[in-house]
Design a protein. Structure first.
Length: 93
């Protein structure tokens, strides 16, 4: 998997730090990933759809595994690919 179209969020006050695409070797692209960073912690969100429930904003991920452990592993692989991409100065090996 590779990271493509990595764009930093110009709003430096936002915990959303960057947006990017994940592309798999067969050419499948999952667009609209978001990298968040706050209080020294980093996390990702897959593309999602916003909705309201009980007067509160909620987000439904559009990509992921039903099984929590499998989904956590999937997100971990994306985070590792992103770390590698960033450690290489935004370039792929």
């Amino acid at each position: 998997m590779i990271i493509k179209d990595y764009k930093q969020n110009p709003n430096q006050q936002s915990p959303a730090k960057a947006f990017f695409i994940v592309e798999y070797p067969a050419g499948l692209q999952i667009r609209n990933w978001t990298l968040y960073e706050k209080n020294g912690k980093r996390w990702l969100t897959a593309p999602s759809r916003e909705y309201e429930k009980d007067g509160k904003k909620k987000y439904f991920p559009l990509v992921g595994y039903e099984d929590k452990e499998a989904n956590d592993q999937f997100l971990g692989r994306v985070m590792e690919a992103l770390k590698e991409f960033l450690n290489n100065g935004g370039q792929h090996e």
